[in-house]
Design a protein around this ligand. Structure first.
Ligand code: FES
Length: 112
């Protein structure tokens, strides 16, 4: 379903993203969560670094996404763990907005 544009993949439409709940997408086998904050979108790994849970089943408050399993949180801008029990950061990916079109780049420029 994603469209190849170089290393950028169109993965969503902005107006389809709920500001309260992340959206999960899979790109080249990577589980990625899209987080809408206002009219900006941030992309992180969709898998919590604490145990196995999908952040797309969690909720967004401000710039923090909360894991549904134990309530830990991450800053969607940096992937840093912000709320316990999470301590290990998660990957973030570059996002590009063109009109309503949301693209992400899973190339070598993220914080892996
Ligand atoms: S699995 Fe996410 S906080 Fe425990």
């Amino acid at each position: 379903m994603s469209k190849v544009t170089g290393a950028w993949r169109v993965v969503a439409q902005l107006n389809a993203l709920d500001p309260d709940y992340p959206a999960g997408v899979t790109v080249d086998g990577l589980e990625i969560a899209l987080h809408r904050v206002g009219d900006d979108v941030y992309a992180t790994s969709n898998i919590c670094s604490h145990a196995f849970a999908l952040l797309s089943d969690g909720e967004i408050e401000g710039f923090e996404v909360f894991c549904p399993l134990h309530g830990g949180g991450f800053d969607v801008r940096t992937g840093e763990a912000k709320s316990p029990p999470c301590v290990e950061k998660i990957n973030v990916y570059r996002v590009r907005l063109e009109g309503q079109s949301v693209s992400i780049n899973i190339g070598g420029d993220h914080n892996e």
